[in-house]
Design a protein around this ligand. Structure first.
Ligand code: MG
Length: 161
């Protein structure tokens, strides 16, 4: 068996006039995340963790924000494309673990739906998908609600052929 792990990180600015997407779920909030995509930090960090585990670089290389075809692309669509790369490499995802750092809004009411979404796309059991939410204790840009950040770790496995 071949085991590999990857780590991902992302941060996006919170601004007015944008819808907020976290983990592929639209969350009612007065602010949204700025970006060429939908700014879904949680899924972007997760994509990078998966790409990292496979040694395939990062989402910026695969889906450059200078390329108009990725304008406004959803985190869900990015994750689907990354899931295909995992499959192509003949790896299976063992488990993923994520940390969202946001002063607001509270993620708890949406965690279930987010895990369901991710489990469908990655064809994993929900118990193998972990999401944790933290505040930044009022400190720095995250604490001032100027941004939301996320970390993710992914473990992948490949059986001996
Ligand atoms: Mg991003």
């Amino acid at each position: 068996m071949q085991y590999r792990v990857g780590i991902g990180y992302d941060i996006h600015r919170l601004v007015e006039g944008r819808r907020l997407f976290l983990g592929g779920v639209e969350i009612p909030f007065v602010l949204g995340l700025l970006g060429h995509s939908d700014g879904d930090v949680l899924l972007h960090a997760l994509c990078d963790a998966l790409l990292g585990a496979l040694g395939l670089g990062d989402i910026g290389e695969h889906f450059p924000d200078t390329d108009p075809q990725y304008d406004g692309i959803s985190g869900i669509e990015l994750l689907k494309q990354v899931a295909e790369l995992v499959e192509k490499k003949k790896f299976k995802i063992n488990n993923v673990d994520m940390v969202l750092v946001a002063e607001e809004p509270k993620l708890l009411p949406f965690k279930r739906e987010i895990r369901e979404k991710i489990s469908t796309i990655l064809r994993m059991k929900e118990e193998d998908i972990s999401i944790k939410a933290k505040t930044n204790e009022g400190l720095d840009a995250l604490g001032r609600k100027e941004a939301i950040a996320a970390y993710a770790v992914a473990a992948v496995v490949k059986g001996d052929d």
